[in-house]
Design a binder for this molecule. Structure first.
Ligand SMILES: NC(=O)C1=CN([C@@H]2O[C@H](COP(=O)(O)OP(=O)(O)OC[C@H]3O[C@@H](n4cnc5c(N)ncnc54)[C@H](OP(=O)(O)O)[C@@H]3O)[C@@H](O)[C@H]2O)C=CC1
Ligand SMILES: O=C(O)C(=O)[C@@H](O)[C@H](O)C(=O)CO
Length: 279
């Protein structure tokens, strides 16, 4: 398998160009999936308080033969814990659940604009990073408007914004904003949950030409566009092939044909961060 490239973050650290999603893997199933993902070479692991699997992720990380400092454990602050003090308390709970001294990448899961406390949470995350208990700080599901407000009110831009991105929803405008401001795009549901997308001719035909699977084409498309996909799979075989995407290159016409599958209503569900709020 080819080596995994990395992305430089705006705080001097770096993350792998592909990671492993863990929703909705829980308990022993979650431990098994993360254990095999680490064995296969994933080093960027994505969890969240709201997945109810931080303990499972923590168990797998702790038991792994991969040195702890080679693994980027990501978790996310839930909406019900927004606010400065609430964020500090939630962070302590996550650290305990994950059984780790340091959280490598800490994200605000959803902006929940009607609650209007994400800036307070962001200030708390800046403090956690200054205290050295969080290595990198970022957000998820933030729009250009919410990102701009963080910068205006705190002077600190997130290292990462984890957003919905797949061929039906390629997020061209937000990715351009990220690129302009040094924010790394992480892509959630990168395979579009492996539904209709997998059978799109633009994808299956490219897969045939390169002798790879449609899922590999989709994940390679993400990485060639500069985004970091975090596919979830509980199957070690699919985990392996999802990681094995750096031995072929899509050409510009193939990239453009896949991006052209995008459509305004391409979201998997109604997860527009201006309206969709998760507590
Ligand atoms: N920040 C946020 O708001 C959100 C973050 N996320 C994060 O993003 C991660 C990934 O997103 P997710 O929603 O899981 O969707 P994905 O696009 O990663 O798709 C996962 C689905 O695809 C299947 N699959 C995986 N690999 C293959 C393959 N090679 N061929 C065919 N099918 C495959 C999986 O099944 P199987 O397991 O059987 O292989 C599963 O059903 C989540 O796990 C979570 O960590 C997700 C949603 C929102
Ligand atoms: O997986 C996540 O991070 C989420 O935010 C999920 O709740 C996601 O929104 C979902 O799958 C809802 O059905």
């Amino acid at each position: 398998m080819n080596a995994i490239p990395t992305h430089q973050l705006n705080d001097g650290r770096s993350i792998d160009a592909i990671g492993f999603g863990t929703y909705p893997l829980k308990s022993d199933e979650g431990v098994a999936a993360v254990t095999s993902a680490l064995e296969l070479g994933y080093r960027l692991i994505d969890t969240a308080v709201n997945y109810g699997n931080e303990a499972a992720v923590g168990r797998a990380v702790k038991a792994s033969s991969v040195p702890r400092d080679e693994i980027t454990v990501t978790t996310k602050l839930p909406g019900r814990h927004h606010g400065y003090d609430e964020t500090l308390a939630s962070f302590d709970e996550s650290r305990e659940a994950l059984d780790t001294d340091v959280i490598d990448l800490y994200l605000i899961h959803w902006p929940n604009p009607s609650v209007d406390k994400y800036v307070d949470s962001w200030r708390a995350m800046i403090a956690l990073q200054k205290n050295g208990v969080v290595r990198s700080i970022g957000v998820s599901n933030f729009t250009e408007e919410f990102l701009t407000r963080l910068a205006d009110e705190t002077g600190v831009l997130p290292a990462v914004n984890q957003i919905e991105m797949h061929p039906y929803f390629p997020q061209e405008a937000l990715r351009a904003f990220h690129a302009e401001h040094g924010i790394v795009t992480e892509a959630w549901s990168p395979l579009g949950r492996a539904k209709a997308i997998i059978s799109e001719p633009a994808i299956t035909e490219a897969a045939e030409r390169h002798g790879v699977t449609p899922a590999q084409v989709i994940l390679r498309w993400h990485t060639q566009l500069g985004a970091v996909p975090i596919p979830k799979s509980e199957s070690p075989d699919r985990q392996r092939s999802n990681l094995d995407i750096f031995g072929f290159e899509l050409d510009t016409a193939e990239l453009d044909a896949i991006t052209a599958l995008g459509r305004p209503d391409g979201r998997l569900f109604d997860a527009d961060p201006n309206r969709h709020e998760e507590m």
